[in-house]
Write a protein that binds this ligand. Structure first.
Ligand SMILES: Cc1ncc(COP(=O)(O)O)c(C=O)c1O
Length: 437
């Protein structure tokens, strides 16, 4: 950078780099505007949330809790956060809510900090069976140096083997019994597990990262009333807010509330990204208004998409349970560890359909799995319904079963998507309710 004629002008090289970022950002926006975003952990935020996330709040600090800050200038943010805590308690029907966490993983790290000490025992679903990396030694569980045992898994029902899980909890008496997965097709029979856990003095932690919107919408399960003491989650998957996390509890105990709040700040966050928190609060208000119908539509779409894929000839998992009771659908594209899931995801991307490869029961290699994990929450958010789910399944068949050239199909994907450019279930119903940059 140099100063010329009284003003700072950037060198071509550094300015070029910034322009590259702008161009790539615009191009990524195009990809999703013209394509089908079907990654189960993603979503698109409302225009009002987009505006707030880009506000001045992005540069501000507010350590502490509303009314008890370490910095000046927080009065307006106190209003925002207080509103948000009340809304989160109401939307999740929770006696306690902390809305500061910057992600689902951060919520998990904080919860484990509050609930366990290094060396304590924990039980969880293994990553091979769909557990999240933060439930594993490589992630938050290892960071807290917890002694992990994993539940046996019922491949037919795609949930923990309940008798086995309860027996494991009764045998090893973990400090924390962690429930919840990244591959989450069906509600977990939580009551039995919570009974076993509470019998041995274990705290039940439910990771609802993926299914938080379905829980709040009343269409999945109600962990805080089925025995979960603490519930964590992301604010940007089926709950359609900006990236961030929630930390919730069914406990009325103020000491527990203090432990959970302290685990977030000063435990694992200093700045907690005020623009995202404010965006979360607007998303909570939007969810209170529209969340129930959004959650119901997601489930209808997931079931109809799964049925349509099966009718096209795909191997869709959990047929005996009508495939899914969440936003997710799992498909198998080849033998165990064959990498067929990776190949399928790549071909779909060439056709403008964005998905992710996923390990299925029996796979052992995360980079060459046999399956895909598909989510319909984003397509639902832009107004697609069951008819479109059939159209999307037919596009999948053309790419993956009939071996048509993916770049030919990309045009058809774009045409289909051109009719779904308005973000729904939010406070903007005008024609401008569109995609971000
Ligand atoms: C079960 C589960 N927990 C936690 C997380 C982490 O969430 P985040 O990406 O918000 O950190 C994920 C992410 O997909 C998840 O699937």
């Amino acid at each position: 950078m140099s100063r010329q004629n009284g003003s700072w002008s950037p060198s071509e090289k550094t300015f070029g780099k910034a322009m590259q970022v702008l161009d790539a950002t615009a191009s990524s926006g195009e990809l999703y505007r013209n394509g089908l975003g079907m990654i189960a952990s993603e979503n698109i935020v409302s225009p009002m949330v987009q505006k707030i996330v880009a506000s001045d709040l992005h540069g501000r600090y507010a350590e502490g809790l509303p009314g008890r800050r370490y910095y000046q200038g927080c009065n307006d943010f106190d209003t925002i956060e207080s509103l948000g805590i009340d809304l989160a308690k109401s939307v999740f029907n929770a006696p306690f809510a902390n809305i500061q966490s910057t992600s689902g993983t951060v919520s998990n790290i904080a919860a484990l900090k509050a609930l366990a000490k290094p060396g304590d025992k924990i039980t969880a679903v293994s990553t091979a069976d769909g557990g999240h990396i933060s439930h594993a030694r490589m992630g938050a569980v290892g960071l807290r140096d917890l002694d992990l045992s994993t539940y046996p898994w019922d491949e037919e029902r795609m949930e923990p083997d309940i008798d086995g899980a309860c027996a494991l909890i009764r045998e090893i008496k973990p400090k924390v019994s962690l429930i919840g997965q990244s591959v989450f097709l069906f509600p977990t029979p939580l009551k039995e597990i919570a009974d076993a856990a509470h019998e041995v003095g274990s705290t039940v932690m439910y990771d609802g990262a993926h299914v938080l919107g379905l829980i709040a919408g009343g269409v999945f399960q109600d962990p805080l009333r089925e025995g979960a003491d603490v519930m964590t989650g992301s604010s940007h998957k089926t709950f359609p807010g900006p990236q961030g996390g929630f930390l919730l509890s069914s406990s009325e105990d103020e000491k527990m509330h203090k432990r959970l709040n302290n685990a977030i700040f000063p435990g694992v966050c200093s700045s907690y990204h005020l623009h995202h928190v404010a965006g979360k609060v607007v998303a909570l208000a939007e969810f209170e208004e529209y969340g129930q119908s959004y959650a119901q539509d997601i489930i209808k779409n997931a079931q109809s998409f799964a049925q349509a894929l099966a009718a096209e000839g795909f191997d869709v998992l959990a047929e005996s349970r009508n495939y899914t009771a969440s936003h997710q659908v799992l498909t198998r594209h080849g033998g165990k560890d064959s990498g067929a899931g990776a190949k399928a995801a790549d071909l779909l991307e060439q056709a403008g359909i964005i998905t992710n490869m996923n390990m299925l029961p029996g796979d052992t290699k995360a980079l060459s799995p046999s399956g895909l994990r598909l989510g319909v929450q984003e397509l639902t958010r832009v107004g697609m319904g069951t008819n479109e789910m059939e159209e999307v399944a037919a596009l999948y068949a053309r790419v993956l079963l009939h071996n048509e050239n993916p770049s030919d199909i990309k045009e058809d994907v774009k045409n289909l998507k051109s009719n779904f450019q308005i973000i729904r279930y939010c406070f903007n119903d005008s024609q401008q309710s569109g995609y971000p940059l």
